[in-house]
Design a protein around this ligand. Structure first.
Ligand SMILES: [Zn+2]
Length: 370
């Protein structure tokens, strides 16, 4: 039997949707700090899924993907419950920006990146740490699975792409050091075994394949407990990191992102229906995040398209001097691959995002879909 679910003072009975705000505190002049959320409680019991986006305010497209996906869910037919946090760090969306994007990666109040402070702090913490703590205790730990959405920022458009984070299953090597601050509460009473780590890794892999993005980048690094996905893994909450869309644009990538989220609900048996999958899916172990060395105006080379193939050595664009037309940087694909994201914004400073390229010489799994 499904039960009523509750976050702060907001309740959703079985078969109902509800909207609410998680109160965190007040800023200097009294502005309330609150984080919006949506609850969708199925009429039948089932998994507890968290859909979270926009820890980084320059990546707001996940919020739109979640909103659209939830409009397609009938709570009366849903099995399990969905806890949506579309705008995890609201002030990063509301304020600031750079040449790269409107919005910020860090919270302008304390200049912290929310994806480096998990599980947050209740006392002696900066605002972002207090916000993370509220989200962690009130919402994330009520769930058994989470999808953490990011996008290409204001500078790049991006196809849906899953970034499953694998890790060594040897407990002695599974967790990265140097991030002990903020991780103290978690290991209490918990034992990381290779059995537990192996099970988590398989579940993360299954989620990544079910998401249904054309490209999946499988990474294996020690778990970083200060990141939301890492902290979830250590607590037995299956986390999938994914990116989709960008440039603040509504285009076909947003529709694809909605289908990918609904694929996860189908995979978890929360809704009925066949998954919507691309003709071909690849998992790669190598993936290039290409960033500029120079600043100027970025002009894409003709014939370059999102999702298209590039070959090693091919020019994908140039950073030119906006006055003299001199080429300051020729941007050349370092591998053969698929262009998963590409810059759409002309002015660029050094370090600006140019492209993501999935290395098609490093495919570790692939599938043709009917
Ligand atoms: Zn991000």
């Amino acid at each position: 039997m499904a039960k009523t679910i509750k976050v702060a003072s907001t309740e959703a009975k079985p078969g109902e949707k509800a909207f609410g705000y998680l109160h965190v505190g007040h800023l200097a002049a009294g502005t309330e700090v609150r984080i919006p959320f949506q609850l969708v409680n199925g009429a039948e019991a089932g998994p507890k899924l968290c859909l979270e986006s926009t820890m980084h305010g320059w990546e707001p497209m996940g919020a739109e993907i979640i909103r659209r996906a939830m409009l397609r869910i009938d709570a009366k037919k849903l099995r399990g419950s969905i806890y949506c946090i579309p705008l995890a760090s609201p002030m990063t969306v509301e304020f600031g920006g750079t040449i790269e994007s409107a919005g910020l990666r860090v919270n302008p109040v304390d200049v912290l990146d929310m994806n480096r402070v998990w599980p947050g702090k209740k006392v002696n913490g900066w605002l972002t740490e207090q916000m993370a703590h509220a989200l962690w205790t009130e919402i994330v730990t009520q769930c058994d699975t989470i999808v953490d959405l990011h996008d290409g920022t204001g500078s790049c458009d991006e196809m849906p792409v899953a970034f499953p984070q694998g890790f060594p299953t040897d407990p002695g090597r599974a967790v990265s050091g140097g991030v002990a601050d903020g991780t103290g509460t978690f290991f209490e009473g918990k034992q990381l075994t290779s059995q537990f780590l192996g099970d988590m890794k398989e579940k993360i892999r299954g989620m990544a394949m079910a998401f249904g993005s054309p490209v999946i980048w499988w990474r294996e690094n020690p778990i970083n407990p200060a990141m939301l996905s890492g902290q979830c893994t250590l607590n037995g909450i299956v986390a999938l990191v994914a990116e989709c869309g960008g440039g603040g644009m509504i285009d076909y990538t947003i529709d694809q992102g909605v289908e990918c989220l609904l694929n996860i609900l189908k995979y978890l048996n929360m809704i009925d229906g066949e998954p919507v999958l691309p003709k071909r899916q690849l998992m790669v172990s190598d993936y290039v995040v290409y960033r500029s060395l120079e600043g100027g105006f970025y002009l894409q080379e003709e014939g370059i398209s999102l999702g298209g193939n590039v070959s090693k050595g091919q020019v994908i664009g140039r950073v030119i001097d906006p006055l003299t037309s001199a080429v300051r940087e020729e941007c050349v694909a370092p591998v053969n691959g698929i262009l998963v994201s590409r810059r759409i914004r002309m002015p660029i400073n050094p370090g600006g995002y140019i492209a993501h390229i999935a290395n098609t010489d490093a495919v570790i799994w692939e599938r043709e879909n009917p």
